[in-house]
Every structure is written in C-alpha cells, then in structure tokens.
Design a protein around this ligand. Structure first.
Ligand SMILES: [Fe+2]
Ligand SMILES: [Fe+2]
Length: 178
C-alpha cells in the first residue's frame, strides 16, 4: 500500500470543528442522512418499548410448572429491552433529534407486534418471533449505516448481539416447556 494519507488534514479538521459547535457530536464529517437515521432509530425505539411491554405482560402472566424459570427469563429480557430503548433514545438526542415516546401510534412505528398469548409456550413463541423480527431489522439498519455513522452502527451491533442471545434463550426454553 503506497503512502495513504490520513483522511483529513489536521488544519481542516480543526477549522471544521469550530463551525456549528451548537450541533455538538454532529460534525461536518457526519455523512449519514440524519433525518433518516433518526427515523429508523425511532422505529427501533418503538420496537424496544413494545418488547418491554410484551415481556412484562408475559412475566406477570406466566403460570404452570415451568413458570418460575421462564418468568425470570421474561423479566431479564424486559430489562434488557428497556436498556436498549434508553441507549437508542440517548443516541437520537445526540444526533439532534427527539425520541418519540408517544403511546399513540407506538404499535404502528414498532416492527415487532404485541401478542399476549395464552399458554406459556405461546408466549415464548411470540417472543421468539418478535426477537427474529428485531434481529432482521437491526441487521438491515447496520447495513444501511455502513461507514456513514460508525457510532450508531456499533450501538446497533451491540444490541443485535443481545437480541440473538434472546432468541437463543427462547429456543432453549421452548425445548424445556415443550
Ligand atoms: Fe432489544
Ligand atoms: Fe430481545
């Protein structure tokens, strides 16, 4: 590899940083389409909130001989999803947007559905479907961002890894509950 120059010279970097300081973390080098990024992050936020609500419902409604262990897993996932929602909301603000917590239209914005399910195994199956939807949509978002917004991409990659663990947990639970 011939002498590959660093992307931007220091003088230009310093000059650019002084302009538009009110935009905080968003610099001129930010090459993603911020409006679109905030829109997809708000969809992810809605998805996470719906997942918190569904897991909480399942946590309180879990009954049967296997209920205790399964309920504990539901609660753990609910807390993880709440953590994801918080990360996403904070990133939206960092990007100069506003996190949408409006309950009106929440299900429309969410990728995953809210299905209560009657039996323990129904609940686990519905959660598994929701996790699989989340996995696919996070993968799409990561691909969309590419190298245009590495911070958001990294955050989403971290969340994606947890959703994959959740799906894996649920498959194991389904095997135990039958
Ligand atoms: Fe999540
Ligand atoms: Fe999850």
């Amino acid at each position: 590899m011939a002498d590959k120059p660093f992307l931007t010279d220091i003088k230009t970097l310093r000059e650019r940083a002084r302009k538009h300081i009110e935009q905080g973390a968003v610099t001129e080098g930010y090459s993603a389409d911020r409006e679109t990024v905030n829109k997809i992050l708000n969809e992810a936020l809605a998805t996470e909130i719906v997942c918190v609500l569904r897991y909480k419902r399942h946590y309180f409604m879990a009954t049967g001989i296997h209920a205790e262990g399964v309920a504990a897993e539901f609660l753990e996932h609910a807390n993880d999803e709440q953590g994801h929602a918080d990360l996403i909301a904070a990133r939206i603000v960092q990007l100069g947007g506003e996190p949408n917590f409006n309950p009106e239209g929440l299900l429309m914005r969410s990728h995953a559905e809210y299905v209560e399910g009657s039996t323990l195994s129904d609940m686990i199956k519905e959660d598994l479907v929701a996790e699989r939807i989340a996995i696919d949509s996070y993968r799409d978002m990561i691909q969309y961002l590419g190298n245009d917004d590495p911070t958001t991409r990294r955050m989403l990659e971290g969340i994606l890894a947890v959703e994959e663990e959740h799906a894996d947990d649920l498959v194991s639970l389904l095997g135990e509950v039958g």
